[in-house]
Design a protein around this ligand. Sequence first.
Ligand SMILES: NC(=O)c1ccc[n+]([C@@H]2O[C@H](COP(=O)([O-])OP(=O)(O)OC[C@H]3O[C@@H](n4cnc5c(N)ncnc54)[C@H](OP(=O)(O)O)[C@@H]3O)[C@@H](O)[C@H]2O)c1
Length: 339
Amino acid sequence: MAETNLQILLKRRPVGAPVPEDFDIVETPIPEPGEGQVLVRARFLSLDPYMRGRMADVKSYAKPVALGAVMEGQTAGEVVASRHAGFAPGDTVLGGFGWQRFSVVGPERLFKVPATDPPLSASLGVLGMPGLTAWTGLEDIGQPKAGETVVVSAASGAVGQVVGQIAKLRGAKVVGVAGGAKKCDFVVKELGFDACLDHHGDLDAQLDAAVPEGIDVYWENVGGKTQAAVFPRLRDFGRMVMCGMIAQYNEAPGADAAGAPPGPNLGPIVRKRLRVQGFIVSDTGWSRYGTFRAEAEGWIRSGKLRWREDVVDGLANAPRAFIGLLKGENFGKLVVRVD
Ligand SMILES: NC(=O)c1ccc[n+]([C@@H]2O[C@H](COP(=O)([O-])OP(=O)(O)OC[C@H]3O[C@@H](n4cnc5c(N)ncnc54)[C@H](OP(=O)(O)O)[C@@H]3O)[C@@H](O)[C@H]2O)c1
């Protein structure tokens, strides 16, 4: 039987947490690359929190996925046909598109990457968009210095694990926040953070003990009650890197979270001369991808940068895995092994 393209489409816009019925799984013919384009067979699909935003029809920095369209996402795989002089069949690449087995893409943001060393899936995590996010956000906003104290939420996740390790390399004391003892153990024992606090426990008491000196850089991945506990502890001239607030992604836009704690009093931003800045990795990140990748690969080779992946088998399992990501069920960078 001829091979087909397996695709996962957005069937309807979720209200609250996504459910499997929000997605459709279909088989379609394999697309043909046009002039200047490349056909990529996905080996790994990256699942990332931003995809929840693309499922909602709200004004944002990127357009929503249309109903009936392929779910947006980045893949790493191999070129199977090319009508672009820079790519040949057999090349392994980062930059395929969508929750699908085959995609036709242009050369923009298509990067040749090694097939095995480091493993291809690393190009979606530690050496991909999440790693690039950590690196650019620390370079541009967090700027941790030796002796400073850095706190990072969702510390065992794709972005958080890289943030903490780079901050350690810069000489900072690094404290993670993660959900549960297993994740915290990994963050301290495998990644070398100085401490890790479990947000299912009493975060205030744990912060009192772990960072009595206060916090110079807070890397915000989560929002909600973690933000409420950490924010008041920022020191004068502290920096708060607003990377994401996953705890709030399933809420209706503009709605108050039911049962959420009141937001922090923002008055201290003035009094403490804090810098609170948001950023999107695509603003400037991809134009610096080569610099980031060279530095990160050097750290990997010398054993200074480690990572953990959570690999789910089979493209059809992507919806279930993505739903779990928004509840903290992943442990490490979530990727789908497509076939
Ligand atoms: N600004 C940018 O350009 C950019 C780029 C990439 C990612 N991001 C943001 O960075 C953050 C982390 O992304 P990632 O890819 O590294 O994901 P991730 O950390 O690998 O996975 C998400 C983690 O968030 C935590 N979480 C999920 N739901 C939560 C909830 N309701 N309350 C509290 N914690 C919850 C869970 O960790 P625990 O079990 O430890 O709580 C979960 O494992 C997200 O906010 C994402 O949107 C931003």
